[in-house]
Design a protein around this ligand. Structure first.
Ligand SMILES: [Zn+2]
Length: 188
């Protein structure tokens, strides 16, 4: 089962993946087969914020892409499981007209019971990465590394200078030798 998730929320991608994988096992079993096409899922926020806990979504009818929208505050995990199944059903080619009155695809009857599997799955927020100021130890280490690098560059430059100076001297000598011969001949 191949699932590509583009997650634009603070909800952990690994947790979202579990919901999607469980949904696929229930609603799109053929995607579990070896060599099955990839399902592309985009996850973003809906307008629930801190006020509402319900999820929403979108999907292509008979296409392998879908979108899940979650509130940023608290998420009703049963509702997320329900929406995942609903959108996956769209990707399988099922339209709204065929979903009417069905508790698996609509929030009617015992839909919460059918989607209760969501409650057993974790859904955590990713921890923000702390921006810490570099300590003096880190600064010393950095300065040492930069000094070592500068010293190497300096040595390399000195070696190059010597090499070219020697080469120039040799060329100048070669250039002067025939002149010397000419000069001696004239003198003789
Ligand atoms: Zn729908």
């Amino acid at each position: 089962m191949k699932v590509r998730i583009v997650n634009r929320t603070h909800w952990r991608t690994t947790d979202l993946r579990r919901f999607i994988r469980e949904g696929i096992r229930r609603e799109r079993r053929e995607l579990c087969k070896r060599g099955a096409p990839e399902l592309r899922v985009r996850v973003s926020y809906n307008r629930g914020g801190e006020r509402y806990t319900a999820c929403s979504g979108r999907a292509g009818i008979g296409c392998n892409w879908m979108r899940l929208m979650l509130p940023s505050g608290n998420v009703d995990k049963t509702d997320l499981a329900f929406v995942t199944i609903h959108e996956l059903a769209h990707t399988a080619g099922i339209k709204h007209a065929a979903m009417e009155g069905c508790s698996l695809y609509r929030r009617v009857g015992n839909w919460r019971e059918l989607a209760s599997w969501g409650e057993s799955l974790p859904l955590e927020k990713t921890l923000p990465v702390k921006q810490t100021r570099p300590t003096i130890d880190i600064k010393v280490e950095h300065a040492r590394k930069m000094l070592a690098r500068a010293t190497t560059r300096e040595k390399r430059a000195a070696t190059l200078r010597k090499k070219w100076a020697m080469r120039l001297r040799r060329l100048e000598r070669m250039n002067q030798e025939p002149l010397k011969i000419v000069a001696t001949q004239v003198q003789a």
